[in-house]
Design a protein. Structure first.
Length: 269
């Protein structure tokens, strides 16, 4: 069965505030593939495991109707409270039981969520709901991240990664799918026409507060916090302090370049 994370209202609120939308290069990779396969313009796109709707909003710019689905009521509530286009709607349901008719979906997406699904059941649902000639785009950002700011980029990245490595010790075993660049998810996709791209790099506009907030939103950090609230809180506070000192600034609103590597699995039925 799917692994349920990000369930609590508090975690969902942090997720909505600090999780970033798909970056420019990832969006272009997906759109170029859909254009190549003549999958756009299209009637219906479904974003599975949509969380608080960061990827769903991107789809709303390109499709007549977009439905974001998630198993978490708290996440869907956050998504519904975020301003969006009238063409976008949200509903609560498991990724493995999508409430859409056979061959009714033009494009099925999942941004940074598929590793939490029951992969076999989800792929059978994708096979069922996607129209002939329809496409899927399943992506995630990886743990390959770095920070850039003036001449202290290397030191800043080292501080970030020291913190990130401590947080990742609390990772769920499903992180293996991400660490393997979605290889298993690519192999499980039942479409004959498919490819996996592992070298999509995006610069995400961030502040120091945003970088620390992103780490707070990660599921391993939430596990860490449950196990040892004081140590988890102190780690983020100390990391922020070290980052600001290294940068020679006092404001946590100071902008930094946050670089991430995406992996994207694309397929056409």
């Amino acid at each position: 069965m799917a692994t349920q994370m990000f369930e609590g209202r508090g975690h969902a609120a942090v997720y909505q505030k600090y999780r970033f939308a798909p970056g420019k290069e990832l969006k272009q990779t997906i759109l170029s593939y859909l254009q190549e396969k003549k999958a756009i313009p299209a009637e219906l796109a479904v974003d599975v495991g949509c969380g608080s709707g960061q990827g769903t909003l991107f789809l709303g710019e390109h499709f007549k109707k977009v439905v974001g689905t998630d198993i978490s009521e708290a996440q869907i509530q956050e998504a519904k409270e975020t301003p969006c286009m009238p063409s976008i709607s949200y509903l609560v349901c498991p990724a493995e039981e999508l409430p859409f008719q056979d061959a009714s979906v033009d494009v099925l997406t999942s941004f940074t969520a598929a590793h939490w699904f029951d992969i076999g059941k989800f792929m059978r649902e994708a096979e069922r709901v996607v129209k002939p000639g329809g496409c899927v785009a399943i992506s995630t950002y990886t743990v390959d991240m770095s920070l850039r700011y003036g001449d202290c980029s290397e030191k800043l990245t080292k501080i970030f990664r020291e913190c990130w490595d401590r947080i990742l010790k609390y990772s769920h075993n499903r992180l293996k799918y991400v660490l393997e660049d979605y290889k298993e998810i690519f192999e499980a996709l039942p479409f004959p026409d498919k490819k996996r791209i592992t070298d999509i790099y995006d610069q995400i506009p961030m502040t120091v507060e945003g970088v620390v907030g992103y780490m707070e939103s990660a599921s391993p950090y939430q596990t860490f916090k449950k196990n040892d609230p004081q140590a988890a809180t102190s780690l983020l506070q100390e990391t922020e302090k070290r980052m600001l000192e290294t940068m020679g600034v006092s404001s946590r609103e100071t902008p930094v370049e946050f670089w991430v590597r995406h992996v994207c699995v694309l397929g056409c039925k």
